[in-house]
Design a protein around this ligand. Structure first.
Ligand code: ZN
Ligand code: ZN
Length: 394
């Protein structure tokens, strides 16, 4: 799919959508070196073992946090401990808790009830795990006697992008006999979508008797498209109820009713009160719906696509509209959507150094166009489940 220009339809919305994607990066780049915890020192156990302390604060934050009272004193303490945390330890104990919707959409707009869908936010964060685990990048479970895909056009091996184990995602329909979904791509732009050439492999874990212990390296000569080569991440999945992106056709009058609702006014007030530095607020009910009440930000399975431009649901060769399988997102949250989509445990990164924040906001270090999304659709009716990928960016 060609990158559509924003002059097409509904100019005000498109303009605001591109505003949504215009996060401003703080460019302070100071390396944060993880120190081993103070408890490793000989002698008495200091009162403030940073990791124990951090866990206590985190548990407290998740228990008591609300939009009205986001406990800035607790996040400030967590931020001060963060440089002392062992990142490998953090990867093993991490939880991600996306806050609930600040407004109960289904009770305010009853006709939206039937539009609700559940997506699985994958919440990727840096880390490695076993070959058969659900993950982004890293080592996939791949049999030695099966050729790893490569692209002739770009003289490059494909890269491992996303691996999903059925056991972790019971809501995802797999073909009979398969229990592992593997998404790989050529890390270069391909026609017609001007995005990576995506391949989806469904396999059975038990059938892989002799797995490989590494994959061929992609050709990233001259630094081209390194943004399509993900860094290894673990996943911290969460189920989220979504409503359609405002670019889709919605029941009439929804925005007027949101505008006049007192709970929307208090959500907007809370949003404004928490806005700091370059993290901007939503301004009005329309933006609140777009940024915080409708589609989840970030890389996710199923649910509604978070469109950057006009909705685009591809048709399969059989004539059916294809299903949204997965969205790959450049950012897990941005300059406006942080209010809803930054997990509670990680609220301290808004004021943190660039590197600290980036490990949350863009852990795989991938980039789809100018901070856009890449969508993969599937037809589960046709044999071999054909897929189509497309990208949208601002
Ligand atoms: Zn290629
Ligand atoms: Zn089909």
């Amino acid at each position: 799919m060609a990158k559509k220009k924003s002059s097409k339809a509904r100019p005000s919305k498109i303009e605001s959508k591109s505003r949504k994607k215009s996060v401003k990066k703080k460019v302070t780049k100071k390396k944060v070196t993880p120190r081993r915890s103070a408890s490793k020192k000989k002698g008495s156990m200091p009162s403030g073992d940073p990791q124990t302390e951090y866990l206590k604060l985190q548990a407290d934050l998740v228990r008591r946090w609300s939009y009205a009272d986001p406990l800035p004193e607790v996040t400030a303490k967590m931020a001060s401990l963060r440089p002392a945390l062992d990142l490998n330890w953090l990867a093993t104990i991490r939880t991600c808790t996306t806050p609930p919707s600040p407004v109960d959409v289904a009770s305010l707009l009853p006709e939206f009830r039937k539009l609700a869908r559940t997506t699985v936010r994958l919440n990727p964060r840096p880390g490695t795990n076993e070959p058969e685990a659900s993950k982004i990048g890293g080592l996939f479970l791949w049999p030695q006697d099966e050729e790893w895909p490569s692209c002739k056009e770009h003289d490059s091996a494909f890269v491992p992008a996303l691996q999903i184990a059925k056991a972790d995602f019971p809501e995802v329909e797999f073909p009979r006999g398969a229990d592992l979904m593997q998404i790989l791509w050529c890390p270069n732009d391909h026609e017609p979508g001007y995005c990576p050439d995506v391949r989806v492999v469904w396999r059975s874990r038990a059938s892989v008797k002799k797995p490989v212990d590494k994959h061929p390296e992609p050709n990233t000569e001259a630094g081209r498209f390194e943004g399509y080569v993900p860094q290894p991440c673990r996943l911290y999945p969460e189920r989220i109820v979504e409503y359609p992106d405002p670019f889709e056709t919605l029941p009439k009058g929804w925005n007027e009713r949101l505008e006049s609702a007192p709970e929307v006014a208090s959500a907007l007030a809370a949003n404004t009160a928490q806005t700091i530095g370059n993290w901007s607020d939503h301004g009005d009910a329309d933006r609140l719906y777009q940024c915080a009440l409708s589609t989840a930000e970030g890389t996710k399975l199923g649910g509604y696509p978070d469109w950057v431009q006009d909705p685009w649901y591809p048709k399969c060769q059989c004539g059916r509209t294809m299903e949204h399988l997965v969205s790959f997102s450049s950012w897990e949250f941005d300059g406006e959507t942080w209010f809803r989509w930054l997990p509670i445990e990680e609220r301290d990164v808004l004021e943190g150094e660039y590197e600290v924040r980036n490990r949350v906001q863009n852990a795989p270090k991938w980039m789809f166009g100018d901070a856009g999304n890449m969508y993969v659709f599937v037809c589960r009716i046709c044999p071999d489940w054909p897929i189509v990928a497309g990208m949208q960016c601002s």
